[in-house]
Design a protein around this ligand. Structure first.
Ligand code: PGA
Ligand code: ZN
Length: 462
């Protein structure tokens, strides 16, 4: 039997979690196997991300994707027919060359990423193995530590709070399943606390409570009480993770905190955030500064990077070159990985490898606009990323991903090793110190996931 080749590629319009149109691609192989991929969509995007192709005009707010569907059905389909689905790098290189622009704006990042994911899905299905296993081969595996949102703010909640994501992590859990159960308790506890005080306004775009707080401190104090109310010790059982998403409220080194009616320069914001890290058991901070402010990132990482994970999202947009620059300039110590920021699986994996070479942590992440598709759960496991961020603990587009990791953990049985503390800066001591408010000597970072040995990329499955 000859190896299967790509026989057909097509796309349809489906609808995302915000009720907006998006692209679903299907790749049919000559062995009859079908693979699928769906483009997610961000709301707080980095300016250097791959650009979606949308129709513009007034219909559906200009967000329809008929032009992106045409990219797939008319352009991409003709160029991928006959290609080897097991050579993901070659497929992605062909998509990149066919587009011909630096930001994928001709065919559309949404068209390209859906096809890239669909090819990968088809290849794994043709080999009759789950996607995570197809990616991983025989390499070592950890089940990722979940970062789960409790309150949504920023661009996901009408800018109700300046900080976009107030999240928890439960690295002391023995398993992914236990980490989810802990989070479920904290989420419920936060909801009750807020309802009692009339502070819940619904749920935000990623399923976290849409809060009516009057300061960022009120949000953090409420989160602390929610953790305690659920029966856990903040700083010992459960830590806090923030996505500041600072590009949304700052540029040119100036930041405007709407909730606190204050305008801060870079140094003041750094001081403000370091104080938050000293006062609360904060283990991870994403995009503490705007994407145009590497100096802000550098100062903050120098101040807290030995005990706090500092993640670049909008700042690095899943781009291997930018990750390498960040490594040279020591501006972060971890990288968020979003497939549609890069635009293809191969480029996302390249950013992952660049992060690993730098000794950085890696977090596979969803977007605020998602669907029931759970491919990223497999990417996080299959690339041994160590961490997974998909939003809150409500709404099925979020739960689909968490639930899929549960299935993977169960399928692995005794072979499943939960990432827990091993992927966090400073390990367990960071949380102990943060909870005691200390800033004495920190343990060296123990980012085991980041330091792990070479991982397999899709192209190696030839
Ligand atoms: P987005 O934001 O998907 O709305 O761009 C998510 C994040 O900032 O992590
Ligand atoms: Zn972010």
């Amino acid at each position: 039997m000859p190896e299967p080749a790509i026989a057909a590629v097509r796309a349809r319009r489906i609808w995302d979690s915000r009720g907006r149109p998006t692209v679903e691609a299907e790749v049919l192989l000559s062995d009859g196997v079908l693979g699928r991929g769906v483009a997610p969509a961000g709301a707080s995007r980095g300016s250097r991300e791959a650009l979606d192709r949308r129709d513009g005009g007034t219909r559906l707010d200009g967000l329809d994707v008929q032009l992106a569907l045409r990219s797939v059905n008319e352009d991409i389909a003709a160029h991928l027919r006959g290609c080897d689905p097991f050579d993901q790098s070659a497929v992605d290189a062909r998509l990149i060359a066919l587009d011909g622009t630096p930001n994928k704006s001709r065919l559309g990042g949404n068209a390209i990423v859906a096809v890239s994911l669909a090819v990968l899905d088809a290849a794994a299905a043709s080999r009759r193995v789950p996607l995570w296993q197809y990616l991983l081969g025989d390499a070592r595996l950890t089940i990722p530590l979940p970062e789960i949102q409790i309150f949504g703010g920023g661009a996901h909640a009408g800018r109700r709070t300046d900080i976009q994501d107030f999240m928890v992590v439960a690295p002391s859990a023995k398993s992914f399943a236990e980490a989810l159960e802990i989070t479920a308790e904290v989420y419920l506890s936060a909801g009750k606390l807020m309802a009692d005080r009339g502070l819940v306004q619904g749920v935000a775009d990623e399923g976290g409570w849409w809060p009516a707080f009057s300061s960022n401190h009120e949000a953090l104090d409420t989160l602390m009480r929610a953790i305690e109310g659920a029966g856990f010790r903040p700083g010992q059982d459960v830590g806090i993770s923030l996505d500041i998403a600072a590009s949304e409220f700052g540029c040119g080194g100036r930041y405007s905190l709407r909730l606190e009616e204050r305008e801060l320069d870079r140094d003041c914001l750094a001081e403000y955030l370091v104080r938050l890290c000293d006062r609360y058991p904060i283990l991870s901070v994403e995009d503490p500064f705007a994407e145009d402010d590497p100096e802000g990132f550098r100062c903050f990482t120098a101040a807290v990077g030995d005990r706090v994970q500092v993640i670049g999202d909008d700042y690095l947009v899943t781009n291997a070159d930018l990750v390498e620059q960040a490594a040279a300039a020591r501006t972060v110590n971890a990288v968020l990985l979003k497939v549609n920021q890069a635009g293809t699986i191969s480029e996302t994996f390249a950013a992952c490898q660049a992060a690993r070479r730098a000794g950085f942590g890696t977090i596979v992440s969803a977007r605020s606009g998602e669907t029931e598709d759970f491919a990223i759960a497999h990417l996080a496991v299959g690339w041994d990323a160590g961490q997974l961020k998909v939003g809150s603990f409500a709404r099925s587009e979020r739960m689909a991903k968490w639930n899929e990791v549960l299935r993977i953990e169960e399928a692995l049985g005794a072979k499943a090793r939960f990432a827990g503390w091993s992927v966090l800066r400073g390990g367990r001591s960071a949380l102990d110190e943060a909870s005691s408010g200390g800033s004495a000597a920190r343990a060296p970072h123990a980012a085991a996931g980041a330091a792990s040995t070479a991982k397999l990329g899709p192209a190696q499955h030839r």
